[in-house]
Design a binder for this molecule. Structure first.
Ligand code: ATP
Ligand code: LTN
Length: 371
């Protein structure tokens, strides 16, 4: 039997992979055959990920997620839930499962559009672990010893300094290189890992022949490094408990309260200056959310105290998050939809990742009886 189906309403852009499932078979017995169509790749490729190790923070949003949404039309984007990375720190299994699902809903609520970008769960694409192992053999201990995130996290989790925590940046390199990514939108704290990715890729390309694209970071001017409200010399992070972190799902009251309590100096003047860590941080947040420059913010609050400024920051952040929280509730009530997105996303991602992996396997000399 032959069906001629017109896909006139499917707008497949250059480089996107389309997975079509055809259902056939009598009665309730149905078979699904995925067919993958691929357009010639011309758009630049973007890949990024966030660990689903808790509720995402304002730092994750302003430093990463919001920028992912902005570049979706221009680039061919792969956005991952980095669950393999999350287990480098002990997770409660039920919480990790739930956080994966919730983070997928947050990605969608923030505006990641599965018709434009591939949204997937890292553990569903085995090529990440497979390439990660190969690249472990091309990363030097001296390089890994220099990683500041490893040093920070091993100090914070002194009872669990495991091998995964140490080789974490190599798995991140595998994530990026599998998709031949040109650009990686991340916050400033990840630039050292990105530099290592470039070094590993260059080393591999020199040892064999050109295999990997050498990626570049993509950081935003504002929001690339949001600091903790309770200690503005430290990065705001989802694993910090207490009032220093604003979570994307915090209610308006909580956001306003946390910002009101934010640590500031005693100078009393809203201006961006060396050493005014707390105010600088609030100005960065306000600037990222409202689009106002530091000069505009300084003149808006000239002659006013920190109280007025903090109220304005609180309102602006809460309003931005409220829109997203509404969408989030909507997605959370549609489990089947999210599951379907994750299944399709993993199929599309696997297709692309497998191509790079088999190239790598061939180059390093693994025997393939089929060839
Ligand atoms: P954890 O506390 O579990 O280590 P995290 O909050 O630091 O996590 P990640 O999953 O490591 O978040 O980071 C995901 C993305 O969010 C990365 O691109 C990272 O650069 C960005 N990011 C995280 N925290 C901030 C921050 N405070 N400011 C700007 N960007 C951030
Ligand atoms: N290491 C990142 C999360 C992450 C990532 C990636 C970011 C894992 N794989 C690939 C960009 C590209 C972090 O801890 N912030």
């Amino acid at each position: 039997m032959c069906y001629n189906t017109k896909y006139s309403d499917i707008n497949l852009s250059q480089g996107q992979v389309l997975v079509v499932s055809i259902r056939f078979g009598p009665g309730a017995e149905r078979y699904e055959v995925p067919i993958i169509m691929e357009m010639n790749e011309t758009k630049k490729v973007v890949l990024s990920g966030i660990q689903p190790s808790g509720t995402l923070t304002l730092g994750n949003y302003l430093g990463a997620l919001r920028n992912w949404v902005k570049v979706q039309d221009e680039y061919l984007c792969y956005y991952m839930l980095a669950d393999l990375h999350a287990i480098t720190v002990r997770q409660v299994p039920a919480d990790l499962r739930q956080n994966c699902f919730k983070t997928a809903a947050i990605y969608l609520a923030a505006g990641i559009d599965p018709n434009k970008s591939t949204l997937f769960l890292q553990s569903m694409v085995p090529a990440h672990s497979q390439l990660g192992w190969v690249l472990d053999c091309y990363a030097m201990m001296g390089e890994l010893n220099r990683m500041t995130q490893f040093k920070d996290k091993s100090a914070r989790h002194a009872d669990n300094i495991n091998g995964g925590l140490y080789t974490y940046p190599v798995l991140m390199a595998a994530d990026i290189l599998l998709y031949q990514a040109d650009l990686v939108p991340v916050g400033n704290d990840q630039l050292q890992h990105l530099e290592l990715t470039r070094d590993i890729a260059t080393r591999f390309n020199h040892a064999y022949s050109d295999t990997f694209k050498i990626p570049k970071g993509l950081t935003s001017e504002t929001g690339a490094r949001i600091m903790s409200l309770s200690d503005p010399t430290k990065k705001m992070s989802k694993s910090e408990t207490g009032d220093g972190t604003i979570f994307m799902l915090d209610s308006k009251d909580v956001v306003i309260r946390k910002i009101r309590k934010a640590v500031t100096d005693s100078d009393g003047e809203v201006r961006y200056a060396e050493g005014k860590y707390g105010i600088n941080n609030l100005m960065s947040i306000y600037s990222a959310v409202t689009g106002k420059t530091f000069e505009e913010i300084e003149s808006e609050f000239a002659g006013k105290g920190y109280g007025d400024f903090k109220s304005a920051v609180g309102e602006a952040v809460a309003d931005e998050l409220a829109v997203l929280q509404n969408e989030y509730q909507h997605y959370m009530s549609d489990k089947a939809y999210i599951n379907q997105i994750l299944i399709e996303g993993a199929e599309k991602a696997s297709y692309v990742a497998r191509k790079t992996l088999s190239k790598v396997y061939r180059k390093v000399g693994f025997y393939d009886p089929a060839k």
